[in-house]
Design a protein around this ligand. Structure first.
Ligand code: ATP
Ligand code: MG
Length: 437
């Protein structure tokens, strides 16, 4: 510990870097994140969804039981460890399972049909690349206790509204139905029978999935596998009548409201608990990682986790990909640190400057006032004022301190410096910055 202090002149400790796939969001980028979060949370509130805050760590069993033992996530992507007590725990790879766990644990599903949302980090040990991280962020929504397609439609409309309010237009809605567990089991047999004799034509991942999770082959990224699938049996032909009707009604609702969508018969989800409706919002502008929102129905999950059988439907938005898309669109509002920068004279002015700054922030809610700290010449203070993006500099030099005034300089124009009585500067600013901040 004292090694560095004991041996001056020796090399400093080597720097420590972030863990691969775990990103820092730097100050220049946080305004875009805030903007995104504000828009999304605003829409959720207007649709009557309530926020729920959930832990990032859960018992491993929660995920193996819900997501499915043979999914990519559970097989090879989870951050799992034993804690000091020997309990097997996992950093959540997704939010739905934890949300269901919490709802059951706290009795939120008794005679209620909660509409919930959450936001936060998810963790998956994947190969990091553009739009694919090991810690990433989602805003997710889940609704419980509603069986009909009206709520599926509402969720899809809500996501459409979100994308509209973000100004994102190059995103396509894809839709499919996965039917009941029985329908999928029947189809699974037929698909495996078709692909089994063509193993050597399949990509490596798909060969592995053939024995474990064959439906996942449908969304293989390999072109040759996709070509092979052209001749394969279609899920739609194995669908049960009720799911067909549910899907027909959902499409009719979307058609009525006028939301365009593309039917994608190969759209499946990487998590076992989905059935019936599945949807994704996909863009071509982000390369291979083009899905910015994914969701669907999971009517069996609540029971699987130990609750009473209860239908449910939900979705999650990938925030990194949405930020990237906003960036791509140039839709990110420019960031300014402050509206006003307070330039301070010698040390004697400091106390009065602190008090003036406090007074102005209280009097003018919304005002972003950055007070200079650390001394230095007026010239260097004005340089910082300029860099902050502020429109105005307030100056509390020794002269102003003595006179009971404040100097005001327009940093973006060419006007003369003004002097205003300190007692009236809040009013003056209110008039000046009105509609500007
Ligand atoms: P993908 O097919 O891209 O791997 P997925 O089907 O595994 O996605 P979901 O579990 O449905 O993804 O998660 C919902 C959304 O969360 C995705 O559509 C995506 O926007 C985002 N997401 C998922 N995994 C990652 C990741 N590793 N890094 C960044 N965002 C991710
Ligand atoms: Mg994935």
């Amino acid at each position: 510990m004292n090694q560095i202090a004991d041996s001056p002149g020796k090399a400093l400790a080597t720097t420590i870097q972030r863990v691969r796939g775990f990103n820092d969001v730097l100050p220049q980028d946080t305004p875009a994140w805030r903007h995104l979060e504000n828009v999304l949370c605003g829409v959720l509130a207007r649709y009557g969804y309530q926020e729920i805050r959930l832990p990032q760590l859960e018992r491993t069993e929660l995920f193996s039981r819900s997501i499915g033992e043979v999914t990519d996530i559970v097989e090879k992507e989870m951050y799992t460890f034993e804690d000091r007590n020997g309990d097997l725990l996992t950093l959540r790879p997704e939010g739905t399972a934890g949300c269901v766990r919490a709802c059951i644990e706290h009795g939120l599903l008794h005679n209620q049909q909660p509409r919930l949302w959450y936001m936060g980090s998810m963790f998956r040990y994947e190969r990091p690349q553009k739009g694919r991280l090991r810690q990433f962020h989602q805003i997710g929504a889940e609704v419980f206790g509603l069986e009909g397609p009206d709520i599926d439609a509402e969720q899809i409309l809500m996501t459409a509204q979100m994308l509209r309010e973000l100004g994102l237009h190059d995103v396509e809605l894809q839709l499919n139905t996965l039917g009941t567990a029985e329908a999928r089991a029947r189809y699974r047999k037929a698909l495996v029978a078709y692909l089994d004799g063509r193993r050597d034509e399949l990509d490596e991942d798909s060969v592995r999935r053939l024995d474990t999770n064959p439906l996942r082959i449908l969304d293989s990224k390999s072109e040759s596998t996709q070509r092979l699938l052209d001749g394969a049996p279609a899920l739609a032909d194995y669908m049960d009548a009720e799911s067909v009707e549910h899907f027909r009604q959902l499409r009719a609702l979307l058609d009525h409201v006028g939301v365009p969508y593309t039917l994608n018969p190969r759209l499946v989800r990487g998590l076992d608990y989905y059935g019936r409706t599945v949807f994704e919002w996909v863009t071509r502008r982000l390369g291979a990682q083009g899905t910015v929102c994914a969701g669907g129905r999971y009517d069996g999950l609540v029971e699987q986790i130990g609750g009473k059988p209860m239908p449910a439907v939900g979705f999650a938005l990938g925030l990194e990909r949405l930020v990237a898309l906003l960036d791509e669109n140039g839709a990110i509002p420019p960031s300014r640190i402050a509206d006003v920068y307070l330039v301070v004279g010698t040390e004697q002015a400091t106390a009065e400057a602190l008090s003036l700054a406090d007074h102005l922030r209280s009097a003018l809610p919304g005002l972003r006032l950055l007070m200079h700290c650390g001394g230095g010449s007026f010239k260097s203070q004005f340089r910082r004022a300029d860099r902050s993006g502020a429109r105005l500099a307030l100056i509390l030099g020794d002269q102003e301190l003595a006179d009971g005034t404040v100097g005001i300089k327009d940093l973006r124009g060419h006007g003369e410096q003004k002097t205003v009585e300190r007692a009236t500067v809040a009013d003056w600013l209110a008039g000046e910055l009105n509609g500007d901040a």
